[in-house]
Ligand binder design. Structure first.
Ligand SMILES: Nc1ncnc2c1ncn2[C@@H]1O[C@H](COP(=O)(O)OP(=O)(O)OP(=O)(O)O)[C@@H](O)[C@H]1O
Ligand SMILES: [Mg+2]
Length: 319
């Protein structure tokens, strides 16, 4: 049996979320937030954290700066049970990345200092470690600029030794949606973009056409649709899954949480409907607390949420 269920190579940082700021930021004024949260950030780290709290063995490779923010992020990940033995300091003194998120009701500004996020490179990866798993996941393809040119090679090698692979691009800050993405997708088993991303990547105006084109290359295309839930396409078969009914207070990291829920069923060979239901469940749980990991971290809350939504879990356990 491999050492891990899932390995992940990617970014580890903190998110500072500020609530209640005006949508227009006037220069030179002191603008007051009504609330704040300092929490684990980085799509890769959120997926790893939440996968571990969904009872998966997770190994994580990342680079951090020599600073206290990096240490706090690392402790958060380790506290969830993720193996962090391969998280090292960046050799060149770069500081740990940071995202400042200005949450304005239903939309947000995301201001990111990439720092070590964009420093992780192919040479940093211990192949034996990454391959001692059933599955490998990559998030934030467009933030991982040092790794990006060799992601196709990495995927090809991991697939050659029997791992399945999932990827979530998240947003492209340059809004170009290139970087060899289509070459990389040839090695991906499960692609997990959101609706906006899938339209940008394909250049198709309609979701149906976008997923159909991607499904010609990727065996399982899953599109996250926020409060609309999620859809999937596998060959010519289409699936859709309604979202959980939930009092959503914060959608930051819901997509990453969805990925964790989906993957935790996918690696257990569950059917597509079950994977989608579990993705929606994990995404919905994430929205009940600020940030992408707080709802998972709070054990009684997490367990009560799963108990209350036992039907979805019940379905997933029969997968
Ligand atoms: N208001 C909501 N009610 C119920 N479920 C929700 C809600 N918002 C999000 N979700 C769940 O979370 C999943 C992911 O949400 P979303 O589409 O926002 O992903 P994303 O844009 O990739 O997010 P991220 O900002 O984390 O990258 C949805 O598919 C759904 O399952
Ligand atoms: Mg996303």
């Amino acid at each position: 049996m491999p050492r891990f269920d899932v390995t992940i190579a990617g970014e580890l940082n903190l998110d500072l979320v500020l609530y209640g700021l005006p949508a227009e930021l006037a220069p030179e004024r002191e603008l007051l937030a009504s609330d704040m949260m300092f929490t684990l950030g980085g799509s890769s780290a959120i997926v790893a954290h939440n996968l571990a709290l969904l009872s998966n063995r997770v190994g994580f490779i990342s680079r951090l700066g020599d600073d206290s923010m990096g240490q706090i992020a690392l402790q958060r990940l380790a506290a969830a049970g993720v193996d962090v033995s391969q998280v090292r300091r960046a050799a060149d003194g770069t500081a740990t990345g940071l995202s400042v998120i200005l949450q304005h009701g239903t939309w947000r500004n995301i201001l990111t200092y990439p720092g070590t996020i964009s420093k992780l490179c192919f040479e940093d990866l211990d192949f034996d470690y990454l391959s001692s798993a059933r599955h490998f996941h990559l998030s934030s393809f467009y933030l991982q600029t040092a790794l990006q040119p060799r992601v196709a090679e990495l995927f090809q090698e991991l697939k050659a030794v029997g791992l399945t692979i999932s990827m979530d691009t998240n947003d492209d800050p340059d809004d170009r949606w290139q970087g060899g993405l289509w070459d990389v997708l040839r090695y991906v088993d499960v692609f997990l973009p959101n609706e906006r991303e899938v339209l940008k990547i394909t250049g198709e105006p309609k979701l149906e056409d976008a997923t159909r084109r991607l499904a010609e290359i990727v065996p399982l295309v899953v599109v996250k649709r926020g409060a609309e839930g999620a859809i999937a396409q596998c060959g010519t078969d289409r699936f859709s899954s309604r979202p959980m009914k939930v009092d959503a207070i914060d959608t930051i990291g819901a997509g990453d949480s969805f990925d964790a829920g989906f993957i935790s069923q996918y690696i257990r060979d569950a059917d597509v409907e079950t994977c989608l239901a579990y993705g929606n469940l994990a995404g919905a749980l994430s929205t009940t607390r600020p940030g992408g990991t707080e709802a998972f971290r709070e054990r009684p809350h997490r367990e009560e949420f799963f108990r209350e939504n036992a039907i979805a879990l019940e379905n997933s356990s029969h997968g």
